[in-house]
Write a protein that binds this ligand. Structure first.
Ligand SMILES: [Zn+2]
Length: 475
């Protein structure tokens, strides 16, 4: 860990600006692929800080690439800035109170994620200059992490082909580095078309798209017995065919999310779900169209980089909290269920803020979520740390997480994450052999396996932020 003090100083010197940016993105709360103001704020800041900026990277309106430095190693720092639907929430209060009824909120803390990554990139630019180092820092502005998965498109389209290492972080109720994989994930729409008719006078003339949808769900629920334990299948009925029971529904639309520890099994499960949909259409005399909306692979862990980022985190220590932080954390703790609290292992169960760094576990485990960081990890050695930004046991994707997004705990975690990423990148800039070692590890681990992009070669991101609102024609 080189010059941690100098890197910390560089980030602290931009503290006011960084906090203002994070708070503004929190207020924007823009949904996947609609992060226009948030992306522009990050781009204009990068330009003011002397970065060259490519907007609309890979044809995505809210993707961007900020670059500084020259030559190798090329280090990617990943940023996200999309919010979640239905989580609008007033800041700082431990009771549910939307700013806008039904509006969006930063329930996954991506306003902090994007700004913390920006902090690292800005500090590294100055650090490279001061130390006369060779190396390129790229801040990847990756929109639509919440189900849109822009990084999968960027990997497919070669935007990481010359990158040596990728680093990122995520806001969390705990400090940790997960050395393990994540679930591959395919999201797809299924649209049934039937024929409307009077449900009492002439039911024999109707063909119910709702029947088809229900039979599809029955079929998928039977499928659960015949898939590996870790497979997850969830669905949302987007269009149930209307509100009138006396009309045979002519249309229905369902959104399926399917997950598995391995991409190859994921593809096979998706095909079986498609077959079930076809069977449901056949049974009901309806037709079905289906379309993959987005997909990610499982993550490939990299011990070289995960150990490096963990060791830097351990040496830097964890953020320090004052009485005010503890008081705010306690207010959010007071509304948590016992079940949520007890899910935090001893000896950390009862701490208001989880201020320790959890031990590094070299035994790889698969965590039950999915992320598009995983696709990057197939082509570039990638490390990610999780940094405390909320009261202990706060759940991601909750209004409680939104409410804590502008607290001092969140701000401290964000700046801290920026320091960890920048210090880790500085280590690689000083000693590019680390990147080479990490790349060798990735190659050895993959062996004969090649990255197969889980989305079609001509697939385009779905621009509809509210996936539940999607009622237009299938692309
Ligand atoms: Zn997230």
């Amino acid at each position: 860990m080189r010059d941690a003090a100098r890197i910390s100083e560089l980030i602290e010197s931009k503290r006011d600006m960084l906090l203002a940016i994070s708070d503004e993105i929190w207020g924007n709360a823009e949904l996947k692929f609609e992060e226009y103001r948030s992306a522009e704020l990050l781009c204009s800041t990068l330009e003011k800080e002397g970065f060259s900026v490519e907007r609309k990277m890979d044809g995505m309106e809210t993707a961007f690439l900020g670059s500084c430095g020259t030559g190798r190693p090329v280090i990617a720092i990943l940023a996200e800035y999309d919010a979640l639907d239905g989580l609008s929430q007033v800041s700082g209060v431990a009771r549910q109170e939307p700013v806008t009824q039904g509006g969006a909120g930063h329930g996954c803390g991506h306003h902090l994620l994007g700004t913390g990554s920006l902090a690292a990139a800005i500090a590294l630019k100055q650090y490279i200059l001061e130390n006369g180092l060779s190396g390129t820092i790229r801040l990847y502005g990756c929109p639509g992490e919440e189900g849109g998965f822009s990084k999968t498109y960027l990997v497919r389209d070669g935007y990481f082909s010359d990158v040596d290492c990728a680093l990122t972080w995520h806001p969390s109720p705990a400090n940790l580095v997960v050395h393990g994989s994540s679930l591959a994930n395919i999201n797809a729409y299924f649209r049934f078309k039937g024929k409307s008719s009077h449900a009492a006078f002439s039911p024999e003339l109707g063909r119910s798209a709702l029947d088809a949808l229900e039979l599809m769900n029955v079929g998928v629920n039977f499928l659960r017995e015949h898939v590996p334990q870790e497979v997850r299948m969830h669905y949302a009925i987007v269009n149930a065919g209307g509100r009138s029971p006396n009309v045979v529904p002519a249309e229905s639309l369902e959104y399926f999310c399917m997950r598995s520890p391995k991409s190859e099994h994921m593809r096979a499960i998706y095909e079986r779900v498609c077959d079930i949909a076809k069977g449901a259409a056949l049974m009901t005399g309806t037709t079905v169209e289906y379309e993959m909306d987005s997909a990610v692979s499982e993550a490939v862990p990299n011990l070289t980089l995960n150990k490096l980022i963990y060791d830097n985190f351990a040496r830097l220590g964890t953020p320090v909290y004052d009485e005010n932080d503890i008081r705010i954390a306690e207010s959010f703790r007071s509304i948590q269920s016992q079940e949520a609290r007890k899910a935090v292992p001893a000896p950390f169960t009862n701490r208001p803020v989880l201020d320790a760094l959890l031990p590094f576990d070299e035994n790889e485990i698969t965590h039950m979520g999915s992320t598009d960081v995983a696709d990057v990890s197939w082509v570039v050695p990638t490390a990610q740390c999780w940094v405390t930004c909320a009261a202990n046991a706060t759940q991601l994707h909750s209004w409680e997480m939104v409410a804590q997004g502008k607290t001092a705990i969140a701000h401290k975690g964000m700046l801290h994450a920026g320091k960890i990423l920048a210090i880790t990148a500085a280590d690689i800039l000083h000693d590019p052999a680390i990147a080479e070692k990490a790349k060798r590890e990735l190659q050895e681990r993959l062996g004969e396996q090649r990255y197969i992009c889980p989305i079609p070669a001509d697939g385009k991101p779905s621009i509809t932020g509210r996936s539940g609102d999607r009622t237009g024609d299938m692309r």
